[in-house]
Structures are given as C-alpha cells and as structure tokens.
Design a protein. Structure first.
Length: 365
C-alpha cells in the first residue's frame, strides 16, 4: 500500500500535532490504526466489500515543469524539493533552504552546491526556491533570475518583488506538509542568494535558526525586531565578482545604488564586523582564529543568544566557493571554477548550521 506522506501530515494537522515535536511511537500507532480501519487506502475494499473513498488531497501548491509552485503577490513562485528516503515521518528533521545566485536556476544551484548530498547523509529536507526573471534591462542584470535582497539585484529590485514574503510563505508550507522541525530551519545561498540569505535571516529571525552562505554580503538595513542568530559567510580572496576587500561591484545590478556611498563600503571583513555589531558580540577583535593551509576561520563567539558570527576566507577562492565548477570553460563567461574539491565548503557550512536550534537559544544572553 502506498502512503502519500504529505497527505498524512496534512490529515493529522501536522504543524500543530504534538506542539513542535512528534512522538514517533504515537505517530506509528496512528498510521497502523488508520491502515487497519481502512481510512488510508487506494481503492482497497473493506471487510464488508465497500470501497473506502479517500478524500481529495488539498495541497498548498501545484506542480509545473518539475517545480512546485503557489501564487504569491500575483506571481507564480516555485521551488524544487528533495526528501531523502530516510525521512519517513517518525521524527522531525531539519529544513535547508538553498538560494541560487543571479541568473541561475533552482536546479543549477542544487547541482553546484551539493546540499542534496548533505540532506541525504544527515536526513534533512532540502528546498531550492527560484527567483524571478521579469524581462528587465540586460545591461543591469535584467531578464535573469534574481532576488530582492536590499539594493541588489536586477529585476527583483527594479520591480519590488516580495521575495521575503515568498520565502516566509514557503517555510510555512514546508512545515505544513513535511516533518520539519520548526526549531531547525537553516538558510544558505550563493552570491545574490547569499545576500538574500542575510535578508531573510535578519527580517525573519523568528523563523531561521542559523545562516551560512557563500560570496556576498548584507545589503540592507536591519529591522528593529531582529533577534540575533548565528551567521557565517564563506568568501574567496580571488573573487572577481564580489571582491573580498571591496564589495561594490554588484551595484551594476541596481542603478539606484550607483550614487549611494554606503554601497561602496563593504568587503568580507567589514561585513563580518557589521554582522557582529548587530549580534551584539563582545570585543573589538575576533576571538576565533582557526588557520588551515587553504583557508582560515575568523569570528566572534561571545554574542547575544550565542549567535556566533564567522568568516571563512579561502586563500585561493574565486567567486565560486563550492567544490564543483559552475559551467565549463567553453561556456565562458557563464563559467566560474570552484575549489577543485580541495575545501569542503558545503560541509563547513553544514557543520556550522547544524550546531544550532531555536530550542537551545539562551534568550538571557
């Protein structure tokens, strides 16, 4: 007999079931009870030869071209989902939201980041949302997928796209239809997706347990209601798109920022200090300095809510910190070499993220 996992979670009112924890034993008993009573069946006859009708499943999305989508702010907003076989509904698991960079698709991001392997190994659910391409001016990055992460990037900013609202709704849907632990929702991303990871984390700190992203900075003002969460950024010294020492180049994607002095004042180290300030970290200098032959990790550990701030510097890293290349040399300029498998950046990000849970936050810090 085939069980539609999403149907079962909706039927049980999964999000509210057992508060924020699932007792696997009780859930198993419910499944067995429902099976024996014929409540969940696919055209299976009961003992009195009557066909048990299965209620039509009312999922909060529709399928389209390999994506799942819903309407948000008059746009179809879509994502792809990866649920490992080991996620069987007997316990709540982490949710990873992995955001692509400018001009990439959700499928390309999954392929390059390798977070599907992390999800498989550690039993997490992975969502890769997709930004919108709205036919804007190609000379400023238009007509390509992008995220509205503050003053960057492209169509999303030019059209005031509510990416923040989309991602918040997506988190709610994921908790509704999957066995997601609401205390372990993590966000990551690359480039424009990294900037969006910062934006989501600062503006939805009540939902996000921790953030670790690649090759971009915080590009927005901070809301008063922000409650510090742990954050990591991974950046290559040889990044020629979002420079390590001076992060102004992305302003080409937003003409409105061309004459904004603040847009020229961010680099990887400055970004670390800025986030540490918002996390109310103690000390004027990083108290974490781990040095490896190929990279180093600096950061602040004594922060409000134990919300550490870390910067991973790849000494020979390009704009692509991942192990895999993006594209091939024949596809230049849509080719960005990765680190050749020398530095397990996705694993580093996961090791940072997976330390944290909303349940464990000390709000008295």
């Amino acid at each position: 007999m085939y069980f539609n996992q999403e149907y079962i979670f909706l039927l049980l009112g999964f999000r509210e079931y057992m508060g924020r924890r699932v007792n696997g034993f009780i859930l198993s008993l419910i499944f067995v009870s429902m099976t024996l009573s014929g409540c969940i069946s696919s055209n299976k006859e009961s003992s009195n030869d009557q066909v048990v009708e299965v209620p039509e499943l009312d999922l909060p999305y529709f399928e389209k071209d390999g994506y799942r989508c819903f309407l948000h702010d008059e746009y179809e907003r879509c994502w792809i989902t990866y649920v490992p076989e080991k996620v069987n509904g007997t316990e709540l698991v982490p949710l990873i939201i992995d955001l692509h960079g400018w001009s990439l698709s959700a499928f390309e991001q999954r392929e390059i980041s390798g977070f599907d392997n992390i999800a498989e190994e550690y039993g997490a659910i992975l969502l890769n949302p997709e930004g919108l391409a709205l036919g804007g001016d190609p000379t400023t990055g238009g007509s390509e997928e992008s995220w509205n992460a503050g003053w960057c990037c492209a169509d999303a900013v030019a059209n005031g796209v509510d990416d923040l609202g989309f991602l918040n709704q997506l988190i709610e849907v994921a908790i509704q239809i999957h066995p997601v632990d609401p205390d372990r929702v993590y966000v990551t991303g690359w480039s424009n997706g990294c900037a969006m990871s910062y934006y989501l984390s600062f503006y939805s700190s009540d939902k996000i347990a921790a953030m670790a992203c690649m090759a971009m900075y915080l590009l927005a003002d901070i809301p008063d209601e922000y409650d510090p969460i742990p954050m990591m950024e991974i950046h290559g010294v040889l990044d020629d798109n979002v420079w390590y020492a001076w992060g102004s180049r992305p302003i080409i994607f937003n003409p409105g920022a061309w004459f904004d002095n603040s847009a020229y004042q961010t680099g990887a180290i400055e970004n670390m200090y800025e986030v540490a300030k918002h996390n109310n970290c103690a000390g004027s200098m990083p108290d974490l300095n781990d040095v490896d032959g190929l990279y180093s990790i600096q950061g602040f550990t004594d922060c409000q809510n134990s919300a550490e701030v870390q910067l991973v510097t790849l000494y020979a890293g390009t704009h692509n910190p991942y192990e895999k290349d993006y594209g091939s040399p024949e596809e230049f300029p849509r080719y960005v070499p990765g680190n050749g498998g020398l530095i397990p950046t996705t694993q580093i990000a996961w090791d940072f993220l997976s330390q944290y849970s909303k349940e464990d936050i000390d709000l008295d810090d």
